[in-house]
Design a protein around this ligand. Structure first.
Ligand code: HEC
Length: 143
């Protein structure tokens, strides 16, 4: 019995880790979307692409108009639903969102506020999903 429990724990752990890859390869499990990716995974990719797209502008000291803040981060369903329901996830997504709002309403210190926001992507990832950190790090703008 004890062995059985250990084995199923290990399998569970593999499920959790399986989606925390480098953000490049396609994870195989998840709440079924046409291509098997979870809502949260798709949102994360969207966030990354969006911020990467405005990075150059920010680096030149400009604040693009109508910046997206991705409040959906609170409700998106993860590959491992319990992960996005955990108090840790809730707290970290709140901190992220607040920093995204500070950035989008910044007057002057745009680069610094952008980097603070990226810090919060990194902080949550450090705790919950370290794989994509290598990629996320590339978002930092030079001061
Ligand atoms: C509150 C926690 C949290 C925050 C904040 C967060 N992420 Fe994530 N991110 C996750 C989790 C958890 C996953 C794994 C997805 C899943 O479980 O469905 C993920 C996955 C990813 C992936 C991999 C997607 C793939 O293709 O598999 C990328 C890239 C990513 N996040 C980028 C970002 C960026 C950029 C930010 C900040 C703008 C950010 N994340 C903020 C928790 C977070």
């Amino acid at each position: 019995m004890k062995i059985l429990r250990t084995v199923s724990c290990l399998i569970g752990l593999l499920f959790i880790l399986s989606n925390c890859n480098d953000g490049q390869s396609k994870p195989k499990m998840g709440i079924l979307h046409p291509n098997n990716d979870s809502e949260l995974t798709l949102l994360m990719r969207d966030m990354y692409d969006y911020y990467e797209g405005i990075k150059e502008n920010v680096e030149q000291g400009n604040l693009p108009e109508n910046i997206r803040e991705f409040a959906e981060i609170h409700n998106a369903v993860s590959t491992e639903p319990s992960k996005a329901e955990s108090p840790l996830y809730k707290a970290m997504s709140q901190v992220y969102l607040e920093s995204a709002k500070r950035f989008s309403s910044s007057t002057g210190n745009t680069k610094e506020l952008f980097n603070n926001m990226v810090d919060n992507c990194m902080n949550c990832h450090q705790q919950m999903c370290p794989g994509p950190m290598v990629k996320i790090k590339k978002l930092y703008v030079k001061k």
